[in-house]
Design a protein around this ligand. Structure first.
Ligand code: DGJ
Length: 733
């Protein structure tokens, strides 16, 4: 179908629609700059109405200058599509496409031309540019969205795909975003991992061809690789220098990010849900909305990029990002599955004695026909185990109240053990291939969340707990299995499963958040197998890793902290490793503090130390959670890792220092230069979290100017025997 009868009509419609948008044009081209405080992402409508990305970098003072950018790049682009803002396939394209389709008539070609653009100002800080692209031959369109957060220098990009063809169109690829960067060289930092080995960083120069970051695991999709990454331009960015883009997909399922260094040295970035085994059938007039791909660009290194992302997360994405959090005692490593009411009553008393806000009851409290006494049975049967908890959860919630602490509970509602009543009753709710042997991950299978009945069941697990126990104050939501044998008894199109699973999960989470808007929930996935900003809009915090050995944690938390603010990172003191309690606690304080130890096993001084540390944490938590974070000395390049949080008013700061190298003589030989303070103010620097009976080698507090602390620095005297040092920096009035 021809969309426009003739050129005159086309021009008329074009002018009518385009006047509403924020754009500039010459006779032949128009540019659409998407500006934030520091940057501009500039799109250009070419003479033939192709839409290109011509620039992403520091914004220019005169917006008319954007029109001259494209002319400065001499290249031989045979197709005119190398810098496409959303590369169609099957027509002129020769590189990795953003979208691939089979039309209702079986044709596989697509061309997308600019039709109109609009800017919607949501408030003083946020605006959304939407751009409509249409195929000149088929009634098929894509709307691109660019949501700009001005002060945070963050842009979220996504697409909506629709058509009015006679029959279904099959979408084979459906990116959220298609970017194009220009530099002399590109340096990628990304992450790989496994259970207990999350966030292992790799950084190297990209060469020609495609580097793909992806996952095909379905659930706990980040187990081997998360979607977060950085691209430094021209040279490897450092903490404070260089141009660097951070990117991530807001999606808790399969993702695919292609980084293609093309023949003309553009870095093409195509990011979205993974199209692996996921052809999507789209009916006429239905909309297919892709999840946002977020990015932030900094010309002052990785530190600024991460602070911008933290601000954005707390202001707009992380659930209750500006709110408070609860410190807690978890019983997982203290008891595993071996507990009863009496033991838990004791732990509730310990919670009070320790001085944290909440007791979190972990796995093992449910199931009767197949009791959950290990990880091989009971998952899915969410009734209290009568033997372990004869008086139910209600009794424990009341006991917690008596001890003046709150009560939280663990669930893993998306999963089922084959040995469970749920599986017996509803085998059709389970993702599996009926003709093949079942294959398990941690002895369990995944429920089919594409099925609305299963969505209701999962919602009811949570709703039931809150309805019966209105004082329940916290949920730990776990997810331990990946999807094997991907097949749904509910879906007609099996290739919809990976996508509809995540959409089903988000529908459940939306319902939970409508009814229980702010109750804290931890996103856990046998460690950090799931964290992303698609999920974090429903969760207040996430569990970075089951590996809580503190040296390992310093490295992991360091890498996570580039992308996620410390308020969102649950860090628990456990018995992993050989470090003393002070070291373990000092590391866990660099995040959202919790404990998972047997309090009863602590000696008098250890307990006293923990109580004092929790007291200090309560004094400092606003600075840690809401302040600006500076990485002062990296564990990757130094014997001492130093991380600093400065509250927004610059009146208080906390500096965490840890020895990460146990070789002879290793320690803080040089002063560490602080950041983010007011140079004209005086600050008292004092060591806190001292183990009972020890004195600080730094005296009782010394006064320096901000100028001194930031230019000369301060030596925390970290070394063997003083392997973790926490400094409180307070402005003097
Ligand atoms: C995996 C989690 O990461 C642990 O913290 C714990 O909750 C177990 N699951 C319980 O099965």
């Amino acid at each position: 179908m021809k969309l426009f009868a003739n050129r005159t009509a086309k021009l008329f419609i074009f002018i009518l629609l385009f006047t509403a948008s924020y754009s500039f044009n010459t006779y032949s081209q128009q540019v659409i700059p998407i500006e934030t405080k520091t940057n501009a992402l500039v799109l250009q409508v070419e003479k033939n109405n192709d839409l290109s990305v011509v620039y992403y970098g520091k914004k220019l003072s005169d917006q008319q200058d954007y029109l001259a950018i494209a002319g400065q790049y001499k290249n031989s682009d045979y197709t005119g599509l190398l810098n496409s803002a959303y590369t169609p396939s099957g027509s002129r394209n020769l590189v990795e496409p953003a979208i691939t389709v089979t039309h209702a008539d079986g044709n596989t070609s697509l061309d997308l031309r600019f039709v109109s653009s609009e800017t919607q100002k949501i408030d003083q800080n946020v605006s959304v540019v939407s751009i409509l692209l249409k195929d000149p031959v088929y009634p098929f369109e894509v709307e691109l969205f660019y949501k700009a957060y001005f002060n945070e220098d963050v842009i979220e990009q996504w697409s909506v795909i629709r058509h009015q063809e006679k029959g279904k169109v099959v979408l084979h690829k459906f990116a959220s975003a298609n970017l194009s960067l220009k530099a002399n060289s590109y340096w990628l930092r990304h992450y790989h991992g496994d259970w207990a080995k999350e966030m292992q960083a790799e950084e190297y120069q990209l060469k020609h061809g495609i580097k793909t970051l992806d996952t095909k695991l379905g659930t706990r999709a980040n187990l081997f690789q998360p979607s977060v990454f950085m691209i430094s331009l021209d040279q490897k960015a450092t903490e404070d220098e260089g141009t660097v883009m951070f990117g991530a997909l807001e999606w808790s399922g399969n993702f695919k990010i292609d980084l293609e260094l093309d023949s003309q040295d553009n870095l093409r970035i195509i990011a979205g849900m993974n199209n692996y085994a996921s052809d999507y059938h789209l009916k006429a007039n239905e909309e297919f909305e892709t999840p946002p791909f977020l990015h932030t660009l900094s010309n002052q290194g990785k530190g600024l990029a991460s602070r911008n992302l933290h601000d954005w997360a707390r202001n707009y994405k992380l659930l209750d990002g500006k709110g408070t959090r609860l410190t807690l005692l978890n019983n997982w490593e203290a008891t595993y599955f071996d507990f009863n009411e009496q033991k838990l009553a004791g732990l509730l008393k310990d919670t009070k004695e320790l001085g944290v806000d909440l007791f979190l009851l972990d796995d093992g409290w449910f199931a009767n026909k197949y009791p959950r006494n290990g990880d091989t049975a009971g998952l899915g049967d969410w009734q209290e185990n009568a033997k372990k908890l004869p008086n139910g959860i209600g009794y424990l919630v009341k006991e917690a109240k008596k001890n003046d602490v709150k009560f939280g509970i663990w669930i893993e509602p998306e999963m089922v053990n084959p040995k469970s009543e749920l599986y017996e009753k509803h085998p059709d709710w389970v993702i599996k291939q009926a003709k093949r042997d079942e294959y398990y991950f941690r002895n369990q299978l995944v429920l089919d969340l594409s099925n609305p009945e299963v969505q209701d069941f999962v919602f009811d697990v949570v709703d039931g707990l809150f309805t019966k126990n209105p004082d329940l104050a916290y949920i730990k939501w776990d997810c331990n299995a990946v999807i094997y044998n991907a097949c749904s008894a509910h879906l007609k199109n099996q290739s919809h499963l990976y996508i509809d699973y995540v959409r089903g999960l988000y529908d459940v989470l939306k319902r939970i958040r409508t009814k229980y808007p702010t109750v804290p929930m931890m996103l856990c996935s046998g460690g950090g197998g799931r964290v992303d900003y698609g999920a974090l809009q429903y969760f207040t915090e996430f569990w970075p890793s089951d590996n809580t050995e503190p040296i390992e944690r310093i490295f992991m938390q360091w890498e996570y902290s580039f992308f996620y603010p410390l308020i969102s990172m649950s860090c628990h003191v456990t018995d992993w490793g050989k470090q003393p309690i002070k070291f373990r606690t000092d590391v866990a304080m660099m995040g959202k503090l919790g404990f998972d130890i047997v309090v009863d096993h602590l000696n008098e001084n250890d307990l006293k130390y923990c109580q004092e540390a929790i007291h200090n944490y309560n004094e400092l938590k606003q600075t840690i959670w809401q302040g600006d974070q500076y990485r002062l000395s990296s564990p990757l390049t130094s014997s001492v890792a130093t991380m600093m949080c400065v509250d927004k008013s610059k009146k208080q700061a906390v500096v965490f220092n840890y020895l990460v190298n146990n070789r002879y003589g290793a320690g803080s030989k040089l002063p560490v230069k602080f950041k983010g303070l007011n140079p004209t103010k005086k600050y008292m620097v004092k060591e806190i979290n001292l183990y009972p009976g020890t004195n600080s080698t730094l005296g009782t507090g010394q006064v320096y100017s901000g100028d001194f602390l930031m230019n000369i620095g301060f030596n925390p005297d970290v070394r063997a025997g003083r392997n973790s040092v926490i400094l409180l920096v307070s402005e003097l009035n």
